[in-house]
Design a protein around this ligand. Structure first.
Ligand code: AMP
Ligand code: MN
Ligand code: MN
Ligand code: MN
Length: 277
């Protein structure tokens, strides 16, 4: 496994095993069709698609790297201020998909998501929307996310777009209070490395609430986050991320270099025509 950020690799792709629309096999075909030589499947808090992806990659003659994108959080104290919770997505590459710790954390996340979804649906019903579990198209392995609930709301004519569903429903205080569990970021790095993998901070420029994207404050805080994560065993930074500008790629690569981290490349592809993360 040689993680890198060259144009012929895509190390950040979601399948039907989380909120993507393609099967792992269809992703392998897509990777082949797009001239890639190496890809990973990085579903949110799940490894269900990795066996199929590995098999399909072999058939297509592509190099495959096992992957996962873990939803994490950790408290940081920036510039001497009090501790502030920061949510981060941490990618794990080259993990053993049968590692018991990985499977344990995926199971906790899966249950937490199911419980969260039940509460979301109850609150949606209380707000007067006629949406039940039957209206929601489930992906493989029963993974249901807010965008899928939003699609059900679109189908019933309550909203026109997914962002509108977030604005009117999910991003309002009542719904924001209904949370699912997240793994502590240091713990996620420990689990990934313990499963034989390399932990990589996903889309660093999209980290919220650490300053305006691209500002000096944001880069200072990001560097602090990276310093602490690297000291806990993180091995890489997703510098070459689809929505990063050239300037952002340059700056994050410089951060990676300063900390001896690998730079990786990822598109965050969720299927043709799907915009999600
Ligand atoms: P969940 O994993 O079920 O909590 O849903 C979170 C997902 O919703 C994120 O990963 C995004 O893909 C999507 N999302 C979050 N905010 C928005 C938004 N404002 N508009 C569209 N999609 C969003
Ligand atoms: Mn996603
Ligand atoms: Mn992703
Ligand atoms: Mn992400």
């Amino acid at each position: 496994m040689f993680l890198r950020d060259d144009p012929d690799v895509d190390l950040h792709i979601h399948s039907k095993y989380s909120d993507g629309t393609l099967s792992p096999r269809e992703i392998a075909a897509w990777a082949k069709g797009n001239g890639l030589s190496m890809f990973s499947v990085t579903d949110h808090d799940g490894v269900g698609g990795l066996a199929e992806a590995a098999q399909a990659a072999e058939e297509f003659g592509l190099e495959f790297v096992t992957g996962i994108e873990m939803s994490t959080e950790h408290g940081f104290s920036f510039g001497g201020s009090g501790s502030k919770m920061v949510e981060m997505h941490i990618l794990g590459y080259g993990i053993d998909p049968e590692n018991v710790e990985i499977l344990r954390v995926c199971d906790i996340m899966r249950r937490s998501r199911l419980e969260r979804n039940e509460k979301l649906l109850a609150a949606i019903a209380e707000e007067g929307y006629d949406i039940t579990a039957e209206d929601i198209p489930a992906a493989n392995a029963g993974y249901i996310s807010k965008p899928q609930i939003a699609r059900a709301m679109i189908a019933k004519g309550y909203v026109k777009t997914i962002p509108e569903a977030f604005e009117k429903v999910f991003d309002t205080p009542r719904f924001e209070a209904i949370k699912k569990e997240k793994t502590d970021a240091f713990e996620a790095i420990r689990i990934i490395t313990g499963a034989g993998g390399t932990a990589v901070l996903a889309h660093p420029m999209r980290i919220k609430h650490i300053g305006k994207r691209g500002s000096e404050e944001m880069y200072t805080n990001l560097e602090q986050i990276v310093t602490e994560l690297a000291s806990h065993g993180m091995g890489g930074l997703e510098c070459c991320y689809a929505s990063h500008t050239e300037e952002e790629k340059r700056c994050t690569r410089a951060i990676a270099e300063r900390h001896g981290l690998i730079s990786t490349r990822g598109s965050d592809f969720h299927g043709p025509g799907v915009t999600a993360d």
